[in-house]
Design a protein around this ligand. Structure first.
Ligand SMILES: [Zn+2]
Ligand SMILES: [Zn+2]
Length: 320
């Protein structure tokens, strides 16, 4: 099968012909139709987080069909032990032995992938494969982050890429007011935010037009943390949604004081996926996607690194 391989972090992906993977007991062999390109893939490609093995097939937002023709989605969480203290307390996202798709387990930048059936999800019927793919990480992690924003009415989204453009729609559907914070020159992302129901879009390093009740930081820039704390009202929460971020500059205790909460979000639970995939069609979430051929995965990652993707990048691998 055709696959894009990461041979070594820091090096471009390489197109290769490799044997089709074989499904073991309890696993599905999936013909990949589309695979979303996540910022985590870029962090793995660039060596900012370590790959589970090399050579590696990236990609953890897989939409495909199993051998019975059923359409399934494969997310980042590939396997958990089910027995550790985290698994037993409803926090399998923190499982001590968790394995992740497109890092520990080969992912969806290929014509076929194998996944543990217990971590695959049926997908809502009416959306095309390429529009569904970004729901599987950008949507899921965004949704988990939104849950930690509690009942915040005034919600700030920092970095308006794949995740934020999905979560903006969910938040507006829930009756929240959304404020989009981007690099000041990123007028494309600001226009996308306003078109999706955000009431304001502007510079991420300056305060918004009014204080926020919660903020979610999707961009991997540590400098946004003190900026978001300063933009947040007393008692508000700042959620860091990414797997990697540049160092956070020191900031005055006054920026955190008044019971502001700063927290991160890691991975997902299967419950997050079930809830979000049921909610998305009711919003309904419509993803803006930029499509790439499998062989152009490196180009998609380059554009993501450069901030030149509007919405979400998706690899189109097989026709449905
Ligand atoms: Zn566990
Ligand atoms: Zn991801």
């Amino acid at each position: 099968m055709r696959a894009m391989l990461l041979d070594e972090s820091g090096r471009p992906l390489r197109a290769a012909d490799v044997p089709e993977p074989e499904a073991g007991p309890g696993e599905l062999l999936i013909r990949v139709h589309a695979c979303g390109v996540c910022r985590t893939d870029l962090h793995l490609r660039d060596g900012e987080i370590p790959a589970g093995h090399l050579p590696l097939v990236l990609g953890h937002q897989i939409v495909g069909t199993d051998e019975s023709g059923r359409r399934v989605g494969v997310p980042w969480l590939a396997w958990t032990d089910g027995t550790c203290a985290y698994c037993r307390s409803g926090r399998e996202n923190l499982c001590e032995r968790a394995r992740f798709t497109g890092s520990d387990v080969d992912g969806g930048y290929a014509e076929y992938a194998v996944a543990d059936e217990r971590f695959c999800f049926p997908l809502p019927g009416d959306l095309p494969d390429d529009q569904l793919a970004p729901l599987l990480c950008a949507g899921l992690i965004g949704y988990r982050s939104l849950r930690f924003a509690g009942d915040a009415e005034r919600l700030g989204l920092y970095g308006f890429g794949a995740s934020a453009h999905i979560i903006c729609q969910v938040a507006v559907h829930q009756g929240r007011r959304v404020f989009a914070f981007t690099r000041p020159e990123d007028t494309g992302a600001q226009a996308l935010a306003l078109s999706l129901g955000a009431e304001w879009a502007g510079d991420s390093l300056a305060p918004g037009p009014e204080p926020l009740d919660a903020a979610i930081i999707f961009a991997p820039a540590g400098a946004l943390v003190p900026a978001a704390l300063r933009a947040t009202a007393p008692g508000g929460t700042v959620v860091c949604a990414g797997i990697h971020m540049s160092d956070i500059p020191s900031f005055a205790y006054a920026d955190l004081w008044h019971e502001r909460v700063l927290r991160s979000v890691a991975n997902l639970t299967r419950r997050d996926a079930e809830e979000f995939l049921a909610l998305a069609p009711r919003v309904p979430v419509r993803t803006t996607v930029q499509r790439f051929a499998l062989e152009d995965a490196e180009e998609a990652l380059t554009r993501l690194r450069d901030g030149r993707i509007e919405g979400a990048a998706v690899l189109e691998i097989a026709a449905a």
